[in-house]
Design a protein around this ligand. Sequence first.
Ligand code: SF4
Length: 370
Amino acid sequence: MPCDALYLHIPFCLRKCPYCDFYSVDADPSLMDAYTEAVLCAFAQAPFDLAPLDTVYFGGGTPSALGGERLARLLDGVRSRFGIRSDAEVTVECNPCSALPDTLSHLWDAGVNRLSLGMQSVDDRQLALLGRMHTSAGVQDAIAAAYRVGFSHLSLDLMLATPGQSLSDIGRAARFCAEAGAEHLSAYLLKIEPDTPFGREGVDSCCPDEDGQADAYLYAVDVFEQLGYRQYEISNFARDGHIARHNYKYWDCREYLGIGPSAHSFIGGRRRYFPRDLRGFLGAPDKFALLREDGPGGDLEEYLMLRLRLSEGVTWEKLAGRFPGFDPAPLREKARPLQKGGLLVCDGAGLHLTPSGFLLSNSVIGELLL
Ligand code: SF4
C-alpha cells in the first residue's frame, strides 16, 4: 500500500510541562518563522513519493503555538507538494490559551478538520500540579471556540494516575468529555521520565503505585465504555466511526512520513528519524540528509507488537496474508496460559488482549514473542 500519511512535528511550547520529555523548545516568534520556512523547504526536498494524503497530523510540542498563519502556510505547502484527498483527516494538536480562537479560525479555513485538545484534567488543582498553563474554564472556552468556528471532530486528552487523582475525578472528567461532545478520547497513565523536572524531584513517590494505576486505568476503560466510548487501542477510545485514522496507521504497521526534529518515519520498508535538534534542522541545506536509519520495519515481531495494542488485535487471516507461510501454532501455544490468566483472547479468528492484558502489555507481548 503506498504511503498516504504525513506527520509534521512542531517543536514549540509556550512553557515546558515538568513531566514531559517530548522534543520542544520555547515558542520564539523568529524561530517559528525560520522553522516554517525550513519545513516548506523540506517538502520540496522530500525524496519520497507519497500517494495523495489520506491523513495529515500536526503533533508536538504544541502545534497550535505556531499560530494559525504559519500552520495554514504549512498545510498549503503539503497540499501543493503531496496532494491531500478531499476526504482526508487533517488533525492539529492544540492547547487551550487565549490566542487559540484566532488560530482555530485560520486552521478551519486552511482545511484542518480535526482537533486534538490537550485537556489532561478538569480539576484546576490537578492542572496546576501538572504545570499546565490552562484551567478547566480554559478547556471549556477552547471547546466552545472550536465549535463556533465549525469543527465537529474533537479529541480530548486525559491523564490518569496523577498525584492525588481519585476515581471520582476520572468519572467527572469522562462525563465532562461526553457532555462536551468529544468523539474521541486519549487517556494516558502519567509516566515520569527520569530526565524531567518531575523525575529529578522524585514526584513518582507521590503517584499511585502499580495497583492504584491499574485501578485508575480499568475504571477509566469502564466509565468511558458506559459513556459510549469504545476502547480500540490501549490508550484510545472512540464513539462509533471516529477512531483516529492517522494513529490507527501506526498500530496497523502502515507506512508514514514524519518531518521535523524528533519525527519518526516508516517509509520504503525502513524506519528512520530526524535528530532532536532544531538548530541542526534549520541549518541543514538538505533536511533529509539528517535522517538517521533505525533499521528495517514491518517484520512479524513488530507487526504483532503494534497490532496487539489494538483491541481488535491480529487475525490469523491478516497474518497469513502479510507473512506468507506464517504458522499460528506456536503463537497459539504461548497464548494458552495468558488466556487462562484473563490477559488475552485467542480463538479461531485471531488473538487480542483484554483490558487487563493491556495493563501488562509489554510483558504479555514479550511472552508471546519469546
Ligand atoms: S504542552 Fe505538551 S509537548 Fe509541550 S511540554 Fe507540555 S506536555 Fe510536553
